[in-house]
Structures are given as C-alpha cells and as structure tokens.
Design a protein around this ligand. Structure first.
Ligand SMILES: Nc1ncnc2c1ncn2[C@@H]1O[C@H](COP(=O)(O)OP(=O)(O)OP(=O)(O)O)[C@@H](O)[C@H]1O
Ligand SMILES: [Mg+2]
Length: 415
C-alpha cells in the first residue's frame, strides 16, 4: 500500500487540530507509521499533543507517531529567497518601508503552497503509511489546493514570465527593478511545483475530511467547501461533527436550548452531506491533550470504521458541459450532477433555485446544494433523477441579455 494522505479542514476552532492529532494517535497505536503535519504558525499541534515539535525535522512523539510543524518562513527562504527579495525591492521602490515590504512580498497563499510542497516531499519519501495534515484556520487553504497556479496568475501569468524572461537581460541596464535570473529560476521552480501539486492533490491516496460543529456558520461554510472541493475533483471521504453536547447527561435548563439547536443542525448536516459518512464526537468533559487522552476520542469517533481507510470513494458533485442548444446558440449550457442515492424514485422531486443555492425536496429529504460560482447567473431549465444522481441543467444567457433580479423563484416538480 502507498502512503495514505488525510487532510482535516474546517472553520477556525472547530477542532481540526484535536481531531487530526486524535486520528493520527489512534492509527499509530494500531501499528502504522504515521506523520502528523501542521502549517499553523501558532504551534497548536505541540499544544494538543503536549510535546514540543521541531519546525524543520520530523520529531518522534510516541511509538509510530511522528510530528512536523512546517515553518513556512524557513521554507520560503530556502526555495524563494530571490523571488522574495525582488518583490520586497519592488515595494520599497514605491516608498514602502523595508520591513513592511518584506511582509507584503510574502504573496497570499504562498504559505499554504510551501506547506503542501513539504507534504508532497514527505509523501514521495515512502517513509510513511499515513500522513495526516492539520490545516491552519484560514478559510481559503482548500481553495488554494484547487488552483495553486492562481498565485502567479494562471496560464497568462506563466506566459508573462516566459516572455519577460527573454526581455529581462537586455532591459536590465536601463531599469532598476528588473528581476534577475535567480528570480526567474525560482518562479519556474514554483510553477513546476504547482503543476505537481495540482496533480497530487487529486490523487487517489488523498482524502479531505471536513470538521465542523453543529452551528449555523460552520454548517454553511462546510456546504460551500463541499461543492467547491467536489467540483475540483478533490476527494472527500467523511464529515466530522465535533463538540456535540452529550444528550444523556443532565445539563440543566440553560443547555436545553443549545442541545435542541445542535439537534437541528445535526439533522441538517445529515441531509446536506449524505451519502458521505458522518461521524460525531461529543464535547468531552476536559480538553483532550496528550496522546493518551486523544486515542479514546478517535476510538469513539470512528467506532468500527478504520480511520486510515478511504471511508468514501465516489465523486459527489460534478459539472458537465453540454452541447449548444440550436434554438439558443448564444447560451452556455451546463449540467450539474449531484450524487443523492437515497432518493426514492417514487417520490415527487421539487427543486427551488434561489441564486446561490438550489433546494431539493424529495419525500422527507431536504437538501440545499451551494451552486458553483460559474452557475450563479444561470437559469435552471431542466432536471431529472437518474441512477442515484440528480442532474440539473442550467443555461446562461449572454451577459447583455441577463435580467438582474434577486427574487427567489420556484422551478417546479418532476411529476
Ligand atoms: N471533542 C472535544 N471535547 C472537548 N474539547 C475539545 C474537543 N475538540 C476540541 N476541543 C478543544 O477546543 C479547542 C479548539 O480545538 P482545536 O485547536 O483542535 O481547533 P482547531 O479547529 O484546530 O482550531 P484552529 O482553527 O484555531 O486551528 C481546544 O482547546 C481543544 O482542546
Ligand atoms: Mg488548529
């Protein structure tokens, strides 16, 4: 078996570090060699494990369990020193103070890219049965996974660098702020790194697990992440609801409200993420710190499922381009496919489209699907249910024909 990679992602404070560390500890206790990695500059992984973790070398934390807190400042200097210097100089040239310029030259998303690159290096080393990644609490880590090339401007950025490189040697004597060869070498390396990363991140061995709490904002954000990641071919294999208030305990009247509210969101989570497996973890009566406290958390969480395995392995949401409709050749037609295997074929299917979401009702099932951005200005024109997959056809008018309206409108039912 190759190295299994599991990335835990979710909104700030939901328990990503705790759940990552707990699963890593459990898998290691079962005899697999595990590396847990974090790129969070806040050292939270050391805090949760209760041991210092080195920033550039792998540290042994328990039998079979190793940790690494990636130091992105160090990784940046190592691989992108020239790039950083050029950017800093360019900002300084505009009158920005040098320390501020150094900070600005750290392109947004670069930290994540460098941390991912370190992950790729560990993955390729073949030293690990499993690598668990605890992501930092930035909402956009996963967005960057999907299109790392964005940082340097995608294909047009690449072309720019190619053309500019040819020019640079002869412009240099006349212009002060022309990047040197080191800059271009690093940018080229960076582009290669990103190409490799985009292929790696959708590899079969890699899964993302979404961690959330049963509360409004994490549920909403996780729904968006679900659509987004699915569309980019990033595989998710489970959803983890953390910090559920224990129901069997007498918590008193004050908590009745919270217990009920959580129950409502748990139901919504179940409806929103099926058919992916959903696991739940209760709010423990103390903070689970240290391997010995973490193992039981993961043990209860996963029950009879083995956390190193792929817990789900099918595409969940995808887009298909459709051929143009001869009656409306200027419109763009796309089909959004959503895997919803639990709909009873006999049930009447209702779909309501309200701009950013579609709400699906079939019998007792209710499901809100966040639309990918590319469909936000499209009209839902047709839908049908086939082999467990809901297929919705959207058509987008050319921009000059779009009538702007915010009103939700009902599309109809299939019966
Ligand atoms: N199931 C749980 N029971 C009790 N305490 C928990 C549980 N899960 C997490 N905690 C506590 O909640 C706090 C936040 O958890 P954690 O640091 O794992 O979240 P995070 O999502 O990694 O946060 P950040 O987004 O800041 O990285 C910690 O103090 C942790 O000990
Ligand atoms: Mg954390």
């Amino acid at each position: 078996m190759g190295t299994r990679v599991i990335i835990y992602s979710g909104k700030g404070g939901t328990g990503k570090t705790t759940i990552s560390a707990a699963s890593a500890s459990l898998i290691a206790s079962r005899g697999k060699k595990v590396l847990i990695m974090s790129s969070d500059p806040a050292h939270s992984l050391s805090d949760v494990i209760g041991k210092a973790i080195s920033r550039d070398e792998v540290t042994e934390l328990a039998p079979n369990l190793f940790g690494l807190e990636v130091d992105t400042v160090y990784e940046m200097r190592k691989s992108m020193g020239g790039f950083q210097k050029f950017m800093a100089n360019a900002y300084e040239g505009r009158g920005v103070d040098s320390s501020v310029a150094a900070e600005l030259s750290n392109q947004p998303g670069m930290d994540e890219i460098l941390a991912l690159n370190r992950l790729l290096i560990e993955y390729k080393s073949n030293k690990w049965d499993c690598i668990i990644v605890d992501t930092a609490p930035t909402g956009n880590t996963l967005r960057l996974l999907a299109y790392p090339e964005m940082i340097i401007g995608g294909t047009s950025g690449k072309n720019f660098f190619k053309v500019y490189r040819g020019f640079s040697s002869f412009v240099r004597p006349f212009r002060q702020q022309t990047p040197n060869d080191e800059f271009f070498k690093e940018v080229n390396n960076l582009m290669e790194m990103m190409n490799e990363l985009s292929a790696f991140i959708v590899a079969d061995d890699v899964s993302v697990r979404l961690v959330l709490n049963p509360e409004k904002l994490p549920v909403m954000e996780t729904k968006r992440a679900y659509t987004f990641l699915s569309l980019y071919g990033i595989k998710m294999d489970s959803v983890i609801i953390n910090k559920i208030l224990p129901r069997e305990k007498q918590l008193g009247a004050y908590f009745d409200y919270w217990v009920e509210l959580q129950a409502k969101y748990i139901k919504e989570i179940e409806e929103s993420f099926n058919p992916m497996p959903i696991f739940g973890s209760i709010l423990e009566d103390e903070e689970p710190i240290g391997v010995n406290k973490l193992i039981p958390v993961a043990d209860k969480l996963f029950g009879t499922s083995d956390p190193i395995q792929k817990l789900y392995d099918h595409p969940l949401i995808w887009l298909e381009e459709m051929t143009a409709n001869p009656r409306a050749p200027k419109e763009t037609h796309r089909r959004l496919c959503v895997r919803l295997p639990f709909i009873d074929e006999q049930d009447e299917l209702y779909i309501a489209h309200n701009g950013t979401d579609v709400n699906v009702t079939a019998g007792r099932l209710q499901r809100a699907v966040s639309l990918p951005r590319v469909l936000v200005h499209s009209d839902l024109v047709n839908f049908y249910y086939e082999d467990g997959i809901l297929k919705m056809e959207f058509s987008e008018k050319p921009p000059e024909e779009i009538a702007w309206t915010d009103d939700p409108f009902f599309v109809g039912s299939n019966k």
